[in-house]
Design a binder for this molecule. Structure first.
Ligand code: PLP
Length: 432
């Protein structure tokens, strides 16, 4: 197999005549040697271009970045600078966004089981709207408003009964789903009627999100058609069509661009009454391709007649996607990025699980050796945000690169961080 496919690398990536990968004007291998490994390196220009592409395609104010894909304060600020709103799905994401200085009016609260505390925080801050997911949640909002909090604008999450071509764990629009109100059974119409009638909620519109990493535009078009019919029927001022646009992770994958996605959604929503606002919530398609993760090879173990294992200094703790969804990745050596990859190996992490696989069948240069750096591209979404400290492996830092400058936006976790929450058996006054 040939060198790593160019379309999997961040926008500003250049492979020099010496074969070294440069992103954002920074030599990736030299940078990784100085930060230590593993490290997430994000191309800031790539992030900004995807945000601008989305705003150009859907309109200022209509793009809500799904922060679950990758969130830290620098990312929240970048998204807002580029004109995006943010979808926060928990009180924790809400806290990070607010602490980054994101105006509450640019925030959308999501979640299928929002607590009183999360709803109270969102209503107190004055978020743009809340996407309600259950009758129990509407009960909670009614109680909070009765206690003196302002009535929020509310979109009703609808499960439109659309089955998508993606992993079942990230498919959310089908009838059998924990998310939203079912359209077919009448639950969605009943919830909308309740929100319209309740003095505690101001009906802002309807919402759907059919799943993540979806490549088939037809799936989005089907969902949009169902939402358009419902929006006309109930007079929804706003319709959110979710995120979910897929990205290419491996060489033979091609995904629609954000602009193409918008073109299809635009056509699919043409029958909406004039003035209806259409919003989208892209996460992965904004951030996935912006980052690469750089590891160092610690062991190369050849098992005669079986395979070769290459173990790196991270693994399922910084990228759980292969374990969760069987996701594929490519790998390459950043200081020999143009090298032909002719040797098949299995890239594994350092965790105590046989399932700790990063790339099941990776092609790497034949001379890959202990001490080499090894990079996986397209790790900007659901990698850092899903990272854990399993086996007490500290989480890697996040570095943004741009115009030859590199800056740390999330520092590496330290060994001290790993014991920061431990207590010496503080007594709990649990008796009534
Ligand atoms: C409600 C909602 N909106 C948007 C997204 C973002 O999806 P993606 O990252 O696939 O664009 C998600 C992710 O699951 C979601 O649950």
């Amino acid at each position: 197999m040939t060198a790593v496919p160019r379309h999997l690398l961040p926008d500003t990536a250049v492979i020099g005549s010496d074969g070294r990968l440069v992103v954002g004007g920074c030599d990736v291998a030299a940078l990784a040697r100085s930060t230590g490994t593993p490290v997430f390196i994000y191309d800031e220009e790539h992030l900004r271009r995807r945000c601008r592409e989305a705003v150009a395609a859907f309109g200022e104010g209509n793009v809500v970045y799904a922060a679950k894909a990758f969130l830290c304060r620098a990312m929240a600020r970048l998204a807002v600078e580029e004109g995006l709103c943010l979808d926060v799905a928990t009180g924790g994401e809400l806290h990070v966004a607010l602490s980054a200085g994101v105006p509450a009016g640019r925030l959308v609260l999501h979640g299928n089981n929002k607590s009183d505390a999360e709803l109270r925080a969102a209503l107190t801050a004055g978020v743009r709207h809340v996407v309600v997911d259950s009758d129990d949640e509407i009960d909670r909002i009614e109680r909070l408003v009765a206690s003196g909090l302002p009535a929020p604008r509310v979109q009703v999450r609808v499960t439109p009964g659309v089955y998508v071509h993606t992993h079942e764990y990230i498919s959310t629009g089908q009838d059998d789903s924990k998310f939203g109100f079912n359209l077919r059974t009448g639950a969605a119409r009943a919830a909308i009627a309740r929100v319209v009638a309740s003095p505690a909620t101001r009906f802002a519109g309807i919402h759907c999100h059919i799943g993540s990493n979806v490549f088939a535009v037809a799936n989005f078009v089907d969902a949009a058609a169902a939402m358009v019919d419902l929006a006309r029927e109930v007079g929804a001022p706003e319709v959110t069509l979710g995120g979910g646009l897929g990205v290419a992770y491996v060489g033979d994958e091609q995904a629609p661009s954000i602009t193409e996605w918008a073109r299809h959604l635009d056509a699919a929503t043409a029958a909406l009454p004039a003035g209806t606002v259409v919003l989208v919530e892209p996460g992965r398609s904004i951030v996935a391709g912006a980052a690469i993760t750089v590891y160092e090879v610690g062991t190369v173990k050849h098992i005669e007649g079986v395979r070769t294992y290459v173990a790196v200094d991270g693994g399922m703790s910084d990228n759980p996607r292969p374990v969760l969804y069987g996701s594929g990745y490519e790998a390459f050596v950043p200081d020999r990025a143009a090298a032909d990859r002719t040797r098949e190996v299995r890239i594994v992490g350092k965790h105590c699980e046989s399932g700790d696989v990063l790339v099941s069948e990776a092609m790497v240069p034949a001379d890959l050796a202990v001490g080499d750096l090894l990079a996986t591209p397209v790790t900007g979404a659901y990698g850092h945000s899903m990272a854990s400290t399993y086996n007490k492996v500290p989480r890697p830092p996040v570095v943004f690169v741009r115009d030859g400058e590199a800056r740390t936006v999330v520092r590496r976790e330290t060994l001290d961080d790993l014991v920061r929450l431990d207590e010496d058996g503080e007594p709990i006054a649990w008796r009534p």
